[in-house]
Design a protein around this ligand. Structure first.
Ligand code: ASP
Ligand code: MG
Length: 323
């Protein structure tokens, strides 16, 4: 039996025909290493946002069931186009909707939870040597109605399929080449993290870093699926999220919209040097704190007023870049 790899491509990676060609090249490269390939795709570019606003133009009270019926089409367009392209390139591929792929969910339209996956169709197609391309973010409930998993839910589809298929790894491809200590679009001196534990990733998401769909981390951790965040558009090594626990290394700073900053890293509570440096910055910058929480894996500070982004740069320099 060949090992299975699950490859997920986000909306900006599949935005147009040119990008789909790059996606196809990436898939073929991995396929040629002799793996069974299951691909999960998002809707193209901003399709989901566009469909939501079009529906809202029609009605102020769109029923969740109908919104799901509409939004699920976005992902299906991508699956069909990618399959057409791969077949044209000489590779056997097939597109499947969530229900064709056997993804069963509960009845919560717009925020459904995957209950179980019936793999018979996927396995049959893999046995025939096909690349199986599955619509992310969607499933079917017991009434045979289409459901969606909540915004960003294709990540969860990919990791859930990896668990069900006992896949070796789950790759999450996007337009960034990994997970950074903090938002690379906003701050200087950011560092790409080669590895991260599930728990740290979970803390980052719950403190507000918009990286991966939160539920996909829970599934990854439960079924021990290594999740690898990489770029669709280059071959740089990305970030591996797995069980690895590295003590005392600070991984991330998340600044919320409000006056809160969180610093995340396994065992941060024992990192005396980092805590000292942090207190130094706060004193030097004359910042007034309302609350300071030092926990096993994170420090959360609530300030009296909203703090400048410059403070995040300072923390980055004096805590992360030295540890
Ligand atoms: N297309 C959906 C969204 O935009 C799901 C996803 O991309 O993961 O939220
Ligand atoms: Mg996403």
């Amino acid at each position: 039996m060949m090992d299975t790899m699950v490859l997920k491509f986000g909306g900006s990676s599949v935005a147009d025909n040119e990008k789909l060609k790059l996606v196809a090249d990436k898939i073929i490269k991995i396929k040629n290493k002799k793996y069974n390939i299951v691909v999960v795709v998002s809707a193209q570019g901003k399709t989901t946002d566009k469909l939501i606003s079009e529906a809202k133009e029609l009605s102020n009270e769109v029923k969740d069931r109908e919104m799901d019926a509409l939004l699920s089409i976005g992902e299906q367009i991508t699956t069909a186009k990618l399959s057409i392209l791969l077949n044209e390139m000489g590779y056997k591929a097939i597109s499947l909707t969530g229900w064709q792929a056997g993804i069963y969910t509960d009845n919560t339209n717009q925020n459904a939870t995957i209950k179980h996956i019936n793999l018979s169709r996927i396995n049959k197609e893999l046995e025939e040597g096909k690349i199986v391309i599955i619509a992310g973010f969607q499933g079917i409930n017991e009434n045979m109605d289409v459901t969606t998993l909540g915004r960003g839910g294709s990540d969860t589809t990919a990791v859930a399929l990896s668990a069900a298929l006992n896949a070796k790894k789950c790759y999450i491809f996007s337009d960034v080449d990994g997970i950074y200590t903090t938002d690379p679009n906003k701050y200087n001196n950011v560092k790409k993290l080669p590895e991260l534990s599930y728990e740290e990733m979970h803390e980052m998401s719950s403190e507000g870093a918009k990286v991966l769909h939160n539920r996909c981390i829970e599934i990854g951790e439960k079924f021990k699926i290594p999740i690898i965040a990489e770029s669709t558009f280059n071959d740089n090594s990305g970030t591996v999220i797995s069980d690895i626990i590295e003590e005392n290394t600070i991984k991330s700073i998340v600044k919320s919209e409000t006056s809160r900053i969180s610093i995340i890293g396994n065992g941060i509570i024992r990192n005396v040097k980092a805590i000292k440096n942090l207190i130094n910055i706060i004193e030097r910058e004359k910042l007034e704190m309302l609350e300071l929480l030092i926990l096993e894996n994170k420090i959360v500070i609530t300030f009296k007023a909203v703090v400048d982004n410059r403070i995040v740069d300072r923390i980055q320099e004096e805590l992360i870049n030295v540890s």
